[in-house]
Design a protein around this ligand. Sequence first.
Ligand SMILES: *[C@@H]1O[C@H](CO)[C@@H](O)[C@H](O)[C@H]1NC(C)=O
Ligand SMILES: *[C@@H]1O[C@H](CO)[C@@H](O)[C@H](O)[C@H]1NC(C)=O
Ligand SMILES: *[C@@H]1O[C@H](CO)[C@@H](O)[C@H](O)[C@H]1NC(C)=O
Length: 455
Amino acid sequence: MKNLSSPCCQATILLLPVLVIILSLCIAPSTARYCEERECCLGRDDDCHMPYPALVPNTRCYCDQFCNRTQTDCCPDFWGFCLGIEPPVPIVRGTCCHDGQDIEEGKSIKINCNRCHCKKLLYGFYGFQCESKVCLVQPEVAERVNVNEIGWMAANYSEFWGMTLEEGFQFRLGTMKPTAVVEAMNEIRMDAASLDIPEEFDARDKWPNLRDEVLNQGDCASSWALSTASVASDRLAIQSNGTIAMALSPQHLLSCNIRRQQGCHGGHLDRAWWYLRKKGIVTTDCYPYKSGMSSDMKMDKGSCYIRGEQAANYCPKERQTSDRYFSTPPYRISEDEEEIKAEILMNGPVQAVLHVQEDFFMYRSGVYKHSKMAEKDEQKAAGWHSVKLVGWGVDKTSGKPIKYWIAANSWGKGWGEDGYFRILRGKNECQIESFVVGVWGKVDPDMINGNNLPV
Ligand SMILES: *[C@@H]1O[C@H](CO)[C@@H](O)[C@H](O)[C@H]1NC(C)=O
Ligand SMILES: *[C@@H]1O[C@H](CO)[C@@H](O)[C@H](O)[C@H]1NC(C)=O
Ligand SMILES: *[C@@H]1O[C@H](CO)[C@@H](O)[C@H](O)[C@H]1NC(C)=O
């Protein structure tokens, strides 16, 4: 609640007599429970409805048009009930109150992802009339997630505040749904039954040489390039016994793997792996990630600086290697949970495709599963993303054990659990087990001795 001593909220005290007048205006003569009968606006003061022809003929406040919670209606419980705020400052001053500040009539401000104009509403009240886009951070969804104790907690990320849900899907994902060709890719069977698979495992513990960097794609739908480069780096480090512990450059992939790829508008994983196999990529030190990280580079894949064989001269600083690193063809791992575990245990982190739904952006900690806390269809959306699975475990903090995967996301270290998230395991949550890919780094024995360039 607002500080009463702030100037614009003192004015609410002046409002009281006005509210009384409005209340008496609002009480309708009929005894019928207008809203209750129509099962709308439950929880509102049902006595307070009245014909509202001023705006829409044959309309009553609340029930017909005005319970959409984006603008005022005739009843004084609107601001408190629908918006959870104090009533706007009216009358004499011609201003609206937001966060303890007076906003003049005609001016607008942005509240989360919506622009709101201060204007004169009914009965001399001033209030905001807002756009009604669905925002990426939906505080009411986050609140329901947190209150209902569903196994994970949601947070309000400042970098997502102010974005629309649509922008989240457009800017922060970026993996094309695997095509039929890819889905038909050869599956490798690990023969998991013959292995002694532990209850918990984290590749970062088994292979301390992994460059455990959490990437940030910024405002560019490039998860296809980031997850591919990241898995390729890990696999090279593992297969070279830690001698090639390089972070490979997602920017190189993003800017140069352009054939039938969409850059910051998304890409296909099979084509990214094709590029790694045929052309190879340099390290991040040599070709740093810049797309989406500044307003200049928003949704910009950047130009490709390494064409043909000219890599040798590209690296900005001396002594940085301009060597390219390659992979073998990727292979698909069976959807079976045990097979995926066996692959990570034996060969290292894998790439997985995730069908992201609206609440995932707000994940803070715990074991994620889609919450279904967004009630209205327009609050929902889904899109394809790719991430890196590094291990698994069982959460026993809430009594009932919950199995999870540990995955690295590409939204920076400030998101989730230090850039990672845990997600329900064994239920194909958000398709996480449907399309899992492994790959061998191409390790030339000479490279390990430091003598030679990769082929
Ligand atoms: C809310 O109601 C107003 C007035 O009828 C309408 O203009 C607006 O589009 C509605 N918003 C939503 C989200 O339904
Ligand atoms: C969310 O974070 C933004 C930016 O840090 C802040 O302005 C806003 O008030 C927060 N919203 C909620 C509901 O906590
Ligand atoms: C890595 O080490 C293992 C065990 O010491 C060895 O068998 C393997 O050949 C080494 N790999 C490479 C690429 O040298």
